[in-house]
Structure formats: C-alpha cells, structure tokens
Design a protein around this ligand. Structure first.
Ligand SMILES: *Cc1c(COP(=O)(O)O)cnc(C)c1O
Length: 394
C-alpha cells in the first residue's frame, strides 16, 4: 500500500515547547524558496539581525539565528567561548543546567557546579562562593528560565556577580526570550542563546544567539581551533556578519527563516514589553483556576515563570492517563514532569501564541472535567469561574 501524505491533527500546544505556532508564521513559511545569496534574502538577513537585536534588547553586532534548535545554540556558545583546560562555573537547578555541564566537559574544560534544588532559582550567594573559591574561572553559565521546573533565576544579579570576578556569562534564554523581561545589554550578558519554538510562536529548529564585544574578542583570540566546523563563529560570521560580501558557509534554512522573521515582526507589532505583560497576565488567570481547583505550584511565587507552570498532580492520580485523555479528548497537549519531578507535576506552558485566554479556559475546563471523571480529590467546577473573575476584572 502506498504511503499517503501526513495530515497532522490540529492540537493546542500547552507544554514546555513547541508551543502553538501562529498562522501568520506558518503561512510565511509556505512562501517560495529563493536562493540564500539572493539579494532579497540577504536583505531579509539584515532585517533578521535588527529584529533579534530588538527582542534581545542589545546592540551586539553578532546577533544571528543558528540554523538548528536551541541545543545547538547552547553548544555554539560553549564550543566558541570555552577552550580545553578552561574552568567554567555551571549553575544547575534543573535539566538544562545539566546539559551545560555536559557541554563544558565535552569541550575538554572543567565544570564547577553550583547546585540548587529543582524548582528553586539559582542562589546568588552560592555563585559568589564558587567564584571566590575558583578565581581562575573563565565563565559563568546558567539557565534564566528553567523549563524543566518553571523557576526563573535573577539573571541581572547573577551577571553582575560574574562580572565582579571578571568572568564571561553564558545564559540560556530559550524559554525566556519574548516571554519574560530580558535585557542583554543592560545586564551585561556576554553570550546568550534561545529557541524559536517557545515564546516566539515559531516552529522548532532555529536558535537565536547574541554575543557581546567581549565575547567576540575572546573567540577571535582563541589559542585553539573551535572543534566544531559547523558552529565555529569565526566562519559563521563570514556568512551572517559581512554586510557587503557574504561567503557561503552552509545553506540557510530559507523557509524556516521566513517563519522566524514573521514571528519577530509580530513581536515588534505587539511590542516586547506588551508581550512580557501578556505572559504575566495570562499566568495570573491560569493560576486563579489552578488554585481554585486545589492544585499547587511547586515554585515559590516570586521565582515563578509565567510561561511555564509546574503544578502538582493530585494524590492517587496517574498523571500520564490525564495527559493522554487531554490529547485524545481535547486535542490538548501539556507536559509531564522530568527527572525528580516525573509523575509528580504537570508542566503547563503559556508560551507565545499559546498564551491566550481561550487556551487557558480550554485547559482548565478539560482538566476539571477529566479529574472529576476520574474521581480525583479536587474542587470540581470552580476553576473556570475563578479564571473568568481574574480575566474580567477591570
Ligand atoms: C527547550 C529548551 C532547550 C533546548 O531547545 P531545543 O530547541 O529543544 O534544542 C534548552 N534550554 C531550555 C531552557 C529549554 O527550554
């Protein structure tokens, strides 16, 4: 039998990413493919840089989308800034800090771990202690928005501390970009990477990155060659950097970049600060419903990410059954807990285009219906009402 075209179902994506892609982004991606050195495309690349500078709040010249997912943006930062034998302080309070440590080791450098419990923000005092004990550290790496737990760390303060000890900073902003306040220049961030599929309402597969002048100097004055040819920014800069002459490095993912361009145009139309405020407000609406149902947030209030809500699974409920029913009966995807939190929490994402009131009511109504049907110990029938009250409050 011949294999037929794939027609995927229409889902509502309220997990840890990918999140709902805006229809404008999808339609931009269906436009005609042109050559990656076509003047029209080259002009778009210049606009892309400007749009990303806007989103990151930076004037950094080296601000580009890496042609691969967020993990490749992470790796780009580490392979370019860290050399064999260097020492890097890595703050770990969830899954992604663990990946940073792995990156440092694979470069042939030594990671020094600053560990905090999952669900907590990075403790600035612990970072200070590690920097005092390791005056030879070259860089500090941490995750701004830990998607595995829903905790937000104080990136401004952590960068300030790193700078006191003359360390470069490498920041994971995959889930924060576009969704939470983030100031690359004002906070003195040296290297930052993000992803297209979280709060930017775009498809997965692209990783916006930005590097300060200090970081670029560090890359240019490396003693050793970057071990990855594809990610070596000295080479990538020849493609993305030069305004007049662009040298072929790799074929840019043309249509994917149309999508990111459209997503960033939309961010500019909404206004970055309005987008941050929308994510915050929608979190408040969801929160009212979740708490009215009797579920709890695992992250303490001041450290909570608005775009990633880790909430407790009621006693005796098989969380995987609930997620399966949400998908089958409501076309709704939410995330499971990872690592130590597996089976104990759900991760409800309110990212980008997915962060809108209709989604919140769908999620609360569907959760209420399924948990009630399963006989779970929740306050049935209150969630949507509580959310409506916050939503309609003047
Ligand atoms: C999603 C995510 C990543 C990885 O991005 P991919 O696009 O899946 O490679 C890295 N860090 C954080 C905090 C994330 O949420």
């Amino acid at each position: 039998m011949a294999i037929k075209s794939l027609v995927p179902p229409v889902r509502t994506l309220m997990g840890p990413g990918p999140s709902d892609v805006h229809p404008r982004v999808l339609s931009a991606m269906a436009r005609p493919t042109i050559g990656h050195l076509d003047p029209v495309f080259v002009a778009m690349m210049d606009e892309m840089k400007e749009l990303l500078q806007y989103a990151f709040r930076t004037k950094n010249q080296l601000t580009i989308p890496v042609s691969a997912p967020g993990s490749a943006g992470m790796e780009t930062c580490f392979v370019n800034l860290v050399e064999p034998g260097d020492k890097v302080i890595v703050c770990q309070n969830g899954v992604f800090g663990g990946r940073m440590k792995e990156n440092v080791e694979r470069v042939g450098a030594t990671p020094v771990l600053v560990e905090d419990n999952w669900g907590e923000a990075v403790d600035p005092n612990k970072l200070r202690g590690a920097l005092k004990a390791n005056p030879d550290a070259k860089a500090v790496a941490f995750v701004h928005a830990e998607t595995s737990t829903g905790a937000c760390s104080d990136a401004r303060l952590l960068c300030e501390i790193a700078r006191e000890y003359d360390c470069l900073t490498i920041v994971d902003a995959v889930t924060s970009l576009g969704g939470s306040p983030l100031e690359v220049d004002a906070w003195g961030i040296d290297a930052i990477y993000s992803g297209a599929q979280k709060c930017l309402s775009c498809t997965p597969g692209l990783s916006p990155v930005s590097f300060s002048e200090r970081a670029v100097e560090t890359i240019k004055s490396r003693k050793t060659k970057v071990q990855s040819w594809f990610m070596d920014l000295n080479l990538v800069m020849g493609y993305w950097g030069g305004a007049s002459k662009r040298a072929y490095h790799h074929t840019a993912p043309i249509n994917a970049l149309y999508g990111l361009h459209e997503a960033l145009v939309m961010l500019q139309e909404e206004g970055l600060k309005n987008s941050w405020a929308r994510h915050r407000r929608n979190h408040e609406i969801l929160r009212a419903g979740i708490e009215a149902m009797g579920l709890k947030f695992i992250v303490k209030e001041q450290d909570r990410l608005p775009q990633l809500n880790a909430v407790t699974v009621p006693e005796g409920v098989d969380e995987a059954v609930v997620r399966k029913r949400l998908l089958n009966e409501f076309n709704l995807e939410i995330g499971a807990g990872l690592g130590a939190l597996a089976g104990k929490v759900w991760r409800i994402g309110l990212m980008g285009y997915a962060s809108r009131p209709g989604n919140i009511l769908l999620c609360l109504g569907a959760l209420d219906a399924i948990l009630t049907d399963m006989g779970a110990a929740i306050h049935s029938g209150h969630a949507v009402k509580a959310a409506n009250e916050v939503m309609m409050a003047k």
